[in-house]
Design a protein around this ligand. Structure first.
Ligand code: UDP
Length: 370
């Protein structure tokens, strides 16, 4: 008999499992995949830590989270500075003086600010969708070239129909600073994310290839409480209808060249290019293998954003009004499940970054275990 059955060996489940075990609880972790680490899973191929379910760059302002996770891995000094490719023109991201200079030829912060002030006059009142929010942050020119196409490809919805908060994730700076994140701490775990999760799960029983929802009663009988980190609507057999997610199809290639695009992330922000971005995995670790040697080959992944349908992997919850309302109804059902706690990106239907997932698992463990 276990105190906790944790469904899902991703980051949320692994952090809670680690905390529970450290307070003497008996813990069992199960996952339907044949690997641990959920969507942060990495696999070493040709000396490169390949991010199989999409690139993950750890960043946080939360010192408690940073100190906690550093117990399980060291992090390198990677700083994300993606490049945007708009019909062959290259721009720096996030929006900063390099971007403003390239787009308008402006040289000083004052001139850049003036351009934006002028362009945002078309938005009067509080921005109420992503398009209005974007224009009021950076003006129409940047919206058209660097935001509209990318966002509509990524979400499969018009910018007018998307919530404003999504674009607020990106910094806008009047300095020459290409660091994508406003974070005190940033980096990639040395040795890969899978190793990090392996360390979190050290000494904990993990059973893979286990489909909880198919054998629910049997699994429930194993533990006093369940931490469920799968999709909340799937848990309830979609009885209120399904929540919408975005999924990603990856086209991966191993190339016999040492440098394909010169950067880990290149976003394709026009509408004509069908993929949203290309990841060149080796640059998350400066092109070196674990022994510090240059890697002769490279692995690239083209990402195609798709609407999720049952059976696909869910990546992004679509937190628009319709889905948020439906989620609230599922949440009410969830609250009635006395012995089940729902957590993580899918369990809470929330566009969580990794640090927020850890913070949330840590706060659950304080509530549950202290
Ligand atoms: N975004 C954009 N252009 C870009 C990169 C991002 O318009 O070149 C917008 C887009 O709406 C996206 C949001 O910013 O959904 C958040 O991007 P982020 O890079 O945080 O997404 P993630 O890394 O989670 O996929």
């Amino acid at each position: 008999m276990f105190d906790y059955l944790i469904v899902g060996a991703g980051l949320y489940g692994a952090v809670f499992a680690q905390k529970a075990k450290s307070t003497g609880k008996r813990v069992l972790v199960i996952d339907k995949r044949s690997n641990i680490a959920g969507n942060i899973y990495t696999e070493n191929i040709e000396g490169i830590n390949f991010h199989k379910y999409g690139a993950h760059i750890f960043h946080t302002n939360n010192t408690e989270v940073w100190n906690y996770i550093n117990q399980f891995s060291s992090f390198n000094r990677f700083t994300n500075s993606p490049v945007a490719n708009y019909k062959g023109e290259l721009y720096s991201l996030p929006f900063n003086m390099y971007t403003f200079n390239k787009i308008w030829g402006v040289v000083s912060p004052c001139e850049a600010l003036e351009m934006i002030e002028k362009q945002k006059e078309e938005i009067t009142g509080e921005p109420c969708n992503l398009e209005e929010q974007a224009i009021s942050l950076v003006g129409r020119d940047i919206y058209e070239k660097l935001i509209k196409g990318y966002t509509e490809k990524q979400w499969g919805r018009a910018c007018k129909d998307l919530p404003a908060f999504i674009i607020k994730r990106l910094p806008v700076r009047f300095t020459f600073d290409n660091n994508y994140f406003n974070a005190l701490y940033q980096g990639i775990p040395i040795g890969g994310y899978t190793k990090l999760v392996e360390n979190l799960l050290d000494g904990i029983e993990v059973r893979l290839n286990q489909d909880y929802l198919i054998n629910k009663a049997e699994y429930d009988a194993l533990a006093d409480k369940v931490i469920f980190t799968g999709a909340i609507d799937e848990y309830f057999d979609y009885c209120l209808g399904n929540l919408e997610y975005r999924s990603i199809r990856f086209e991966n290639e191993i190339l016999d060249t040492s440098n394909f695009q010169g950067n880990a992330v290149v976003n394709y922000t026009d509408m004509e290019t069908p993929w949203t971005r290309i990841i060149e995995h080796k640059w998350f670790e400066f092109g070196k293998d674990e022994y510090g040697n240059d890697i002769p080959k490279t692995i690239i992944s083209r990402e195609y954003s798709t609407e999720w349908k049952p059976g696909d992997e869910a990546y992004y919850p679509v937190n628009d009004e319709k889905n948020s309302k439906l989620y609230q109804r599922y949440k009410e059902l969830a609250e009635k499940e006395k012995y089940v706690i729902f957590g993580g990106r899918l369990g809470e239907y929330k566009y969580y970054d990794m640090d927020a997932v850890i913070a949330s698992a840590l706060s659950l463990s304080k509530l549950e275990l202290e």
